[in-house]
Design a protein around this ligand. Sequence first.
Ligand code: ADP
Ligand code: MG
Length: 210
Amino acid sequence: MDAGTLQRWLEAAAESLHEQRDYLTQLDAAIGDADHGANMDRGFAAVVEKLDGLDGATPGKLLTTAGSTLVSKVGGASGPLWGTALRRAGRALGDDATFDEQALAAALEAALAGVVELGAAQEGEKTMVDTLAPAVRTFRSEVDQGTELAAALAAARAAAEDGMRATTPLQAAKGRASYLGERSIGHQDPGATSSALIIAALERTVAQSP
Ligand code: ADP
Ligand code: MG
């Protein structure tokens, strides 16, 4: 994998978030303030535009630039959280021109650690962490067992979607949805949903890579 892989991933994520913008907004209308679709769509569209003008960047630089763009363009909680995730992942990739599945696993772990450090959410608190933690854990475990990259990402995507669906019966303990208390129960978390879309975009991108 190289910078092109990551650029195609973020483009695919932006497209998916744009397509699902209204759905994400509906989810956020139920337990938040109805801006999650707009936040993610605007943020990732800005990332795509920024990366278009970034020629010859290393994979690490590409992700740190994408992360900084999200932080500066998105006001909601999801901007700094995903921005931090991508910046940490970029830092983990360092200055190399290419990276393998072990390096990707380390980058995803760094991304998750950044989200947890900033947002202080643990699994089970009805946030994007409920999607990202099982996805990262599954990818790491598959890679360490020698599973081939595309299959490891498919397993990670399935774990992400399971985690996303499992947010529905939970009561939110972090973020805006936590203000609702018990009334947050019975709704799928918007950030967990957009995070599953972003992981699914990574799976598709790698599966389609030459
Ligand atoms: P805001 O809540 O500021 O309107 P968004 O609507 O864009 O921001 O994003 C809401 C999502 O952010 C939630 O669905 C949740 O997944 C995620 N989120 C909120 N707070 C946290 C946190 N402390 N840690 C992890 N994720 C969080
Ligand atoms: Mg919101």
